[in-house]
Write a protein that binds this ligand. Structure first.
Ligand SMILES: [Zn+2]
Ligand SMILES: [Zn+2]
Length: 424
């Protein structure tokens, strides 16, 4: 069983004196106070980098905190340990004869589940167990019209990647404010292929991770396949057979793993009626991986497509269908590309791994995964300027919550600040 120290609760009688020490003298950052009416208590969290300190002040004379202070004076009140599976932990402790205050979890702050262990079981310390709520991820499809094109953000379920790798040189205290990490330092992401429909037919840009991942990788990437691309297509009245064209932004497993599936006699194209549109130079790189990119280019994802005779290779930046144009960005991989969708004088862009989430809007927030980060930086700086000026609708392939939006800029004291006006 694994338990991580989440925070230490301190009962305070005079809140101003407590803040004078912890906030003003020690210089700890205090988050917004939170009232817990059922306990008649106001809690101030103090950030210490790892586990937090929680100052607990009674808001009424009959508060349990007031009773505690009357009996024992101000000071250490409880410690809180975070566990992955609280019901299982409580069963485990009960089976060992540990005296529990709560035998069933109850709802704590921010939709977490909590339960208390009796102080007599922990040598006089009140121990709170907590199971954090899973990070939010939106698994929904949504559409918009762009001139003659209908654009539908689909999804292929959630996954998680190492937060450090997702933000490159950006220090964790900065990125974890916008993308909270789990106990394994992973951040919540989604995989969102984009369906483009027009009079010429349907084209799917990227196709998620698919079902081939072995158990160990499913665990590492927190893959949950309860809902995936087939469900997203079904929500739109479609199935894999209804897709005549599949375009790859690049051939990494989280973008093109869903291109093949296991058939009765080996790997076969997952979309039985589709032509697969792949940039020739990306295919070259993907089929000749090196130590740095081997874990991302899984050969089973794309190699079987060629003997099946379903690949249409193209060279350079081309218009693959009316209104659908690929542009090489490089950076992330040597041939990584984004997709411009243009119709009726309007532009949307499928940004793939150039701007994987809305947390990556600032120019230097470049992924550690990128093979050529300076190339990413140069392209991104130019592209985001263009996107702001021309009000492009950007599709964020990996954002857990925002499917698409327009990047805006607001002048502030620290210079121009970018944000996304959410469209989908
Ligand atoms: Zn990638
Ligand atoms: Zn990716």
């Amino acid at each position: 069983m694994k338990a991580v120290l989440d925070h230490v609760g301190i009962a305070v009688d005079r809140l101003d004196d407590a803040l004078a020490f912890y906030r003003d003298a020690l210089g700890l950052e205090v988050s917004m106070p939170e009232d817990v009416p059922s306990q008649r208590v106001r809690a101030h969290m103090l950030d210490t980098g790892g586990a937090a300190l929680e100052l607990l002040a009674a808001t009424a004379a009959d508060s349990p905190i007031a009773a505690f202070i009357t009996k024992r004076g101000p000071g250490l009140h409880h410690i809180t340990l975070r566990v992955d599976d609280l019901p299982a932990t409580l069963r485990h402790l009960a089976a060992r004869g540990v005296r529990l205050v709560d035998t069933e979890p109850r709802t704590g702050a921010h939709e977490s589940l909590v339960a208390f262990i009796h102080p007599s079981a922990a040598r006089g310390v009140l121990v709170e167990l907590k199971q954090a709520p899973p990070p939010a991820v939106r698994l929904a499809t949504a559409s918009m019209t762009l001139g003659d094109l209908t654009l539908t953000a689909l999804h292929d379920g959630p996954f998680r990647l190492d937060g450090g790798a997702m933000f490159g040189v950006v220090p964790k205290p900065l990125w974890e404010k916008v993308s909270p990490a789990d106990d394994r330092n992973r951040i919540q992401l989604a995989m969102r292929p984009l369906l483009v429909e027009s009079s010429w037919g349907r084209l799917l840009i990227d196709c998620g991770v698919g079902e081939k991942m072995p158990e160990k990788a499913r665990d590492i990437y927190a893959l949950d396949r309860a809902v995936h691309l087939d469900h997203a297509l079904a929500e739109r009245g479609l199935d894999a057979a209804a897709i005549p064209f599949v375009l790859a932004s690049h051939l990494h497993f989280d973008h093109f793993g869903g291109a093949t599936k296991r058939g009765a006699s080996g790997l076969v194209p997952r979309f039985p009626n589709a032509r697969y549109l792949i940039r020739d130079a990306e295919w070259e790189d993907a089929t000749h991986p090196h130590e740095r990119n081997r874990a991302s280019y899984l050969q089973d994802d794309f190699v079987p497509l060629k003997p099946a005779g379903v690949v249409d290779f193209y060279t350079g930046d081309v218009t693959v269908k009316p209104g659908v144009r690929v542009v090489r960005t490089g950076g992330h991989t040597g041939q990584h590309q984004i997709v411009y969708l243009e119709s009726g004088g309007k532009t949307a862009v499928f940004a793939a791994d150039l701007i994987p989430t809305i947390a990556h809007l600032q120019d230097p927030w470049v992924m550690g995964y990128d093979l050529f980060p300076m190339e990413t930086l140069a392209f991104k700086r130019r592209f985001i300027r263009e996107a702001i000026d021309r009000e492009y609708v950007i599709f964020f392939e990996h954002d857990p919550l925002v499917l698409a939006g327009i990047i805006r800029e607001q002048e502030g004291s620290g210079g121009a600040k970018r944000f996304v006006e959410q469209i989908l």
